[in-house]
Design a protein. Structure first.
Length: 97
């Protein structure tokens, strides 16, 4: 699989986490501690470290996720489809503090 960097601020970091993984972890972090799909990858620990160090980009990334292609968001190993990812993204943004 080729490495793809997103062309927006911090996109290189998001590409290392994965957009779907990022939304899943952000949902866990900000909305529902019972959501654990993000933990279905062996690299969850290193990804969560990237998540913590990139907090200044999170709100912008969430807005970018809403316009990403569904087929790309559905390519993940954590069991989420694009509809779920975008619904979680909207909920995070609706409750942003």
């Amino acid at each position: 699989m080729a490495n793809h960097n997103f062309s927006f601020a911090g996109g290189d970091i998001l590409s290392k986490m994965g957009a779907t993984w990022f939304v899943s972890y952000a949902y866990y972090d900000k909305v529902d501690k019972n959501h654990t799909n993000w933990n279905r990858v062996s690299t969850a620990s290193s990804r969560s470290s990237k998540y913590v160090s990139s907090v200044s980009y999170h709100k912008d990334w969430l807005s970018e996720v809403l316009v990403m292609k569904d087929e790309n968001l559905s390519k993940n190993t954590i069991g989420l489809d694009a509809g779920q990812v975008k619904a979680m993204t909207r909920e995070i943004l609706d409750n942003w503090k």
